[in-house]
Ligand binder design. Structure first.
Ligand SMILES: [Zn+2]
Length: 361
């Protein structure tokens, strides 16, 4: 009886620990769940059933982690189709901290280029899976200094619709924008040769005609950089990109979900992987993500550009192309994709756990 009872207790305890372990997911599992057409969702263009499925998946994951979840539905006019709208949504989860002030971690979950064969694996399955993995780890902590808000944006690829709608909604509620201390945007955070972190451009974005509140402050970028250097070491850490025409050192354009935040005066940091040392289609602008010959028709190693600039079609790009498939990239890069995903998770968990150690305002 005694034995039987203790066996029963052991079995129960074992089951409990097993089920907790089974429920918890790592970054690569999140990524596969979202981007694999065979075992997950695959391409997720804005307004499609697959985008909706991804939103449901993200919501279910946040709920499982025990976070407070909100769904923000919106519609957007379909170009060239009068009176027709596509439906999309943002999924927002929060982990309350000691301070009411909010640090936002954001990533879009839609994809583009499915006609060219893109599964949206790196753009932006990678960003979304890092967001979920960071949320998973932070959800287990007893307390955090600042409230951390995880926002998965819909419909980024058709004009940052989700993030713009989100900021418009916050702006309608008194005091909500002021609560935002800073924002980190994750877009294409794996795949490219190098890990970078950017700040908003020193020349204000257009901001729909009103950029009077625009912030180009760099301290969020510097804080992420400093957390990265501390966590990964100088060799492996995120980098600041060198200057290129129209873009001073370390600043980025308005092409992702950080834009509306900067427009409403929220300091941002934007993590992406690419390679600014490649002489790409339009020069050294970070659009060519990798020197890997598999991503070029022909790559000239010595001059770090296409063998024939007239004939090159692929230009080392992953985003929006048929190369944005997980298994294909893992075949080209080996462990690199997983290493970059894990590096981002590690840095961000360390940053959100002790932000004031890294923030120098
Ligand atoms: Zn993207």
């Amino acid at each position: 009886m005694r034995n039987k009872l203790s066996n029963a207790i052991c079995a129960t305890l074992l089951m409990a620990s097993f089920s907790t372990a089974a429920q918890s997911k790592d970054v690569l599992t999140f990524l596969r769940d979202v981007v694999s057409p065979e075992t997950g969702i695959g391409a997720r263009e804005a307004g499609t059933e697959q985008e909706q499925q991804t939103a449901d998946y993200v919501k279910a994951q946040f709920t499982r982690m025990g976070l407070d979840v909100e769904v923000h539905d919106f519609k957007h006019p379909i170009l060239k189709e009068k009176d027709k709208f596509l439906l999309s949504r943002n999924i927002i989860a929060e982990k309350k901290g000691k301070s009411e002030k909010v640090l936002v971690l954001g990533a879009h979950f839609d994809s583009t280029g499915s006609k060219r064969g893109s599964h949206g694996a790196m753009d932006n399955g990678a960003g979304l899976s890092v967001l979920l993995a960071v949320a998973e780890q932070l959800s287990k902590l007893d307390s955090l200094p600042y409230t951390v808000r995880f926002v998965a944006f819909g419909a980024e690829e058709i004009g940052k619709v989700g993030s713009r709608q989100y900021l418009t909604m916050l702006n309608d509620k008194p005091g909500e924008i002021e609560r935002l201390k800073g924002m980190i945007n994750l877009d294409t955070v794996a795949g490219g040769d190098k890990l970078y972190v950017h700040s908003a451009h020193t020349t204000p974005y257009k901001c729909g005609g009103d950029n009077s509140r625009y912030s180009s402050e760099t301290w969020m970028r510097q804080a992420v950089l400093s957390a990265s250097q501390k966590t990964l070491g100088m060799e492996q850490a995120h980098q600041i990109h060198p200057p290129f025409p129209g873009y001073p050192e370390g600043v980025t354009g308005e092409w992702s979900d950080h834009e509306p935040f900067a427009c409403y005066g929220v300091p941002i940091a934007y993590i992406e992987t690419t390679n600014f040392a490649i002489n790409g289609k339009h020069g050294f602008d970070g659009y060519s993500q990798s020197t890997d010959p598999g991503l070029w028709d022909c790559f000239d190693k010595e001059n770090v550009t296409a063998c024939d600039r007239e004939k090159e079609k692929k230009w080392g790009m992953i985003w929006h192309s048929g190369s944005d498939q997980l298994e294909l990239l893992m075949g080209l890069f080996g462990d690199r994709v997983t290493d970059q995903l894990n590096a981002n998770v590690k840095v961000l968990v360390s940053f959100f756990s002790e932000p004031d150690k890294f923030i120098k305002q």
